[in-house]
Design a protein around this ligand. Sequence first.
Ligand code: ZN
Length: 364
Amino acid sequence: MNRTLIYSVMTLSLLTNIYADENLNPAQIMQETLAKMQAVAQMSDKSQKNNDTNTSDFTLGKYGTFKFEKANDNVYIMHGPVVGPNKENEGFMNNPAVIESEHGLIVIDPGGNYNVGKKVLAEIEKVSTKPIIAVFNTHKHGDHWFANKAIVEKYPKVDIYAHEHMIKVSKEGEADVWYGILNRATKGNLEGTKEFAFPTKPLVDGDSIEVDGQKFVVGHPKVAHTDTDLLITHINSNTLFLADNLMKGRLGSFDESSSIFGNIELLEQIKKDTNYTLYVPGHGISGKKDETIDPFLNYLKVLVEEGQKAYDDDKESYEIKDEVLKKLEWMKDWDAFERNAPAHLNKAMLEMGERELDAQEDEE
Ligand SMILES: [Zn+2]
């Protein structure tokens, strides 16, 4: 039955009921009827809204439907589309995580803008209706943290943790740069994201945080994906969140602060020294240690090995690009492979030059 029909039937029955009360004049009857109709309409609107948040799916065109799935003990992860930001994915492309504690929820990297954040929040509420009591952001790139805005709107006092340098550079202009990148890529889906909801609680390498019985240790042993990365270990579930120091199925961008050599050293160190139950990349599917770390680590090592040979022969990266891409055939289906691999090779060779200069300065 459509709404107009329901309202007509209701009006008729309300009028009939009220006419039965002989003490009211026609004007009073009309007024009461209208007031009752309004109340019923409001109730109906409310239940409509509740239905929307409880049952509607977070669907992004050809990329499918996204929801949080239990990944380990009390850890839930929503693995986002393994592609760059675009109109169809609305700028959603990372792996938001939820950790359920006794009294609340802790969120890691809620996503890339306010609108996505609202949808992620609706999915979080399907995991549990407990309040969000803390948020962690893994690094300065906006695709991971701009959705803080939706969480802060609902929980204005929530603590948001990030590396201290992430907070500093984001406020000094990095957030605006990322706003431009993501707004252009999504054709304007960044609406509502400003004023930014910056992290509020600065952390440094080695800090321990306990939130409602959930223990976290954070690390920033060296510059790798960026100079603001936070490795997050969730002690209770034995899970490591690697931020964009690890990707699977997609090649993201390095920026002027990144170090490919640092990224290799970091991943080798994690492989050697850790034994967690679950490893969570910044983009791509989570899993056991070797299956998640090896593909990206091997990729970076090929860039450095091949790049070093060319560097020693005084060749430019574009001269060996095709040869290197051929050696990496196994990852040709990774998103942005053909565009980003040559750029990464170039970056690796630039770093070789910088490292050589640094070594010479050290000798002098
Ligand atoms: Zn990143």
